[in-house]
Design a protein. Sequence first.
Length: 133
Amino acid sequence: MAPDLVALPGVGIDTAGQLLVTAGDNPHRLRSEAAFARLCGVAPIPASSGRPDRHRLHRGGDRDANSALWRITLVRMRCHQPTEDYVTRRTAEGKTKTEIMRCIKRYVARGTFPLLAARPMGHQPSATTTASG
């Protein structure tokens, strides 16, 4: 149903299926990639107390979609060279693994949203079809 989604690095059939279920039959109800990220529970929320500028993930949303994004992130961190380079760079900057994964999950949500929003809607019955009684 979404071959472009499965073609992304780290996205398998099960994770793509979960993201399709999360987007639902009417993906156009999601106004933006930020709304999709919030629905998946990967929208950053400020969690600073004092000087350090920290963020945490929104704990609401679809937990199964969040889990799918986590699996994609984990695969990319282990098998996708640009992501491995990103992790190395952010670790050198002093970021923790949890903070790095939060950033990557948001990035993955941002990258998958256009593929979910652009997919054709389900089969609509034609106007000429009538019910027989």
